[in-house]
Write a protein that binds this ligand. Structure first.
Ligand code: 9WO
Length: 257
């Protein structure tokens, strides 16, 4: 898969996308990332990329001629979608990451501080994505978040095929708790079942703890997800244990209770 990133700050991307799993995956040719400087498409002597807003007011606006020159140069004749990172976009999630991972190429447009001219948004941007309900100084960090979330889904990137399989076992649930040696640390014991070697009991324990965390911390995720018969049975047990019936955001039914 290929990512093109259009930005005014190309140097921001070197570290995060050159290190660790993503850096290795790029070296191995499993994915490629090209970072383009929007300023290279400004043609005047001072390489101006922005201008004052029509109607007045604070801030500056990225010029449509410069942006569109950059977008068209990078896109060429490809049909890769242009994705603008903005707080006004659809909220990015795992499902969208999986959808993007099926595409051969995407173009990420990261603005910085100022907004883009609305005509570019309406006629050249295909998708507008937000990584969450907060405002940043620019779309660069969100662009890196999208690359990271999508890249780890590409075949071979995580190396260990079972990590994704494991994840899909509990797709849409929060992770179960993990423990490592020693079995007792400062009087705190690892749950007995994990030392037992009973694989079926361990599987059920993990499923129950994943469901417990999801019920207590993110009940909204349970409402979005289909549950198997076993999961529904375990959830009933949990609702009893925590007295959560009908008040999943009430006392005893929250994180840390
Ligand atoms: C800047 C500004 C200046 C004066 C008046 C109004 C203004 N609005 C903005 C503004 O919203 N700037 C954004 C900064 C423009 C797009 C790039 N920026 C950005 C992206 N901030 N936060 C994001 C972002 C993207 C995806 N998910 C979360 C946050």
């Amino acid at each position: 898969m290929h990512f093109d990133i259009l930005t005014l700050f190309p140097e921001m991307f070197a570290g995060p996308l050159g290190t660790s799993m993503i850096g290795k995956a790029r070296e191995r040719g499993l994915l490629s990332v090209e970072v383009w400087n929007i300023r290279d498409y400004a043609l005047d002597k001072h390489r101006t990329v922005d201008d004052t807003p029509y109607g007045g007011g604070a801030g500056m606006v990225l010029r449509p001629d410069v942006l569109v020159r950059a977008i068209e140069a990078v896109r060429g004749s490809s049909s890769a979608p242009v994705i603008y990172l903005s707080p006004q976009g659809r909220v990015f999630n795992q499902e969208l990451a999986a959808e993007l991972a099926r595409l051969p190429r995407v173009i990420l447009l990261a603005g910085h501080y100022e907004e883009i001219d609305e005509r570019v948004r309406q006629h050249w941007v295909d998708w507008e994505l937000s990584i969450g309900d907060y405002v940043l100084t620019g779309g660069e960090l969100p662009a890196m978040v999208v690359v990271d979330a999508v890249a780890r889904l590409l075949p071979g990137v995580l190396g260990d095929a079972s990590s994704l399989e494991e994840e899909s076992f509990q797709d849409g649930l929060l992770d179960y708790p993990q423990y490592t040696r020693p079995a007792v640390f400062r009087d705190l014991a690892v749950p007995e079942v994990l030392l037992s070697g009973h694989h079926e009991q361990i599987r059920r324990f993990r499923l129950k703890e994943a469901l417990r965390r999801t019920l207590l911390r993110r009940p909204d995720l349970l409402r979005q997800r289909e549950l198997s018969a076993e999961e529904r049975e375990i959830l009933e047990e949990l609702i009893q244990e925590h007295s959560c019936e009908g008040r999943v955001n009430g006392s005893g039914c929250n994180q840390n209770d």
